[in-house]
Design a binder for this molecule. Structure first.
Ligand SMILES: C[C@H](O)[C@H](O)[C@H]1CNC2=NC(N)=NC(=O)C2=N1
Length: 95
């Protein structure tokens, strides 16, 4: 079954449950700051395992203790429920 891009109304609804995430360039965006590089990279390692399990991968960058994450579904040409679920799973790692 093809993965569908969310329409703007459905997307707005889903974003209500993800207040830590914003829309930037048609992607789900979140920036994080950790105590140091080891903490940031440890977090990225945990996200990498989630990404491999879901076969859904982040666009991200890391500078020392900062991590910037963008989520989109290339296969759908926009944000899909895969990104919503991924964002929620990342939030749970940070609880
Ligand atoms: C072939 C493979 O399943 C696809 O390329 C997957 C891999 N990871 C992916 N990750 C993301 N974020 N979007 C995708 O469309 C995507 N597609």
């Amino acid at each position: 079954m093809p993965i569908e891009k969310l329409g703007s109304e459905a997307l707005r609804e889903q974003l209500e449950a993800l207040p830590q995430w914003t829309l930037r360039d048609d992607k789900l965006h979140r920036e994080l700051r950790f105590a140091d590089f080891v903490e940031a990279f440890g977090f990225m390692s945990r996200v990498a395992l989630l990404a491999e399990r879901a076969d859904h991968h982040p666009e991200w960058s890391n500078v020392y203790n900062r991590v910037s994450i963008d989520l989109t579904t290339h296969d759908a040409g926009g944000i899909s429920m895969r990104d919503i679920e991924f964002a929620a799973a990342i939030n749970r790692l940070l609880d």
